[in-house]
Unconditional design. Sequence first.
Length: 226
Amino acid sequence: MGSSGKIDIYCERVDPSFWAEPLNAITNLAFIIAALIAWRAAAGRRNALTTVLILILVAIGIGSFLFHTVAESWAGAADTIPILLFILVYIYAATYRFFGAPLWAAIAAPFIFIGFAIGFAMAWGALLPSLNGSQGYFPVIIILIGYGLALRAHPASGGLLLAAGLFALSLTFRTIDYAVCDVLPMGTHFLWHVLNGTLLGIVLITFIRHGARRVQGRLAQDRAGG
């Protein structure tokens, strides 16, 4: 953080002005575009859960834009809180709809993930060096891979595994941003935005296409059994 009070942790920012990170700011459109595509894909089968996820995705784009323009601590919270919300809501949704888990298990899943993520961060901090903060996102890759493999007979599996691969690539660009400043003055953080917008769109459309069908099928079975 510089003397101006602005948060300065990316190659692209060289002064405290609003547009000091043009690429990092503009590429947040990737999240908005992904949300619009998901909204259209959900036509005819939109429900409260898909709407909430789409709105959180919009909030991710807005929050990240604020962080890379205003660059103050409150904007940092506006950047990170929607990301955390999306992760937790999606874990609930995937557990409930893809696995057909009971409601109590779906509600418990995000809390279990929080405990796992905290434990992972503590273990990493005690044993390994920081990777520009990117290690905090590794539990997300782990759960995407875990859910994708556990659902290998389910049509959602491919989308989750693809998202895990894209997330690993995007984390690489996030991690090396500050290390490549001398070679690439604009850094690589903007690629984190582009790839994350893409992968969040993929997991959301995967949920829209395959999660809703699962629920409808289960409801039909419940009615037939009742």
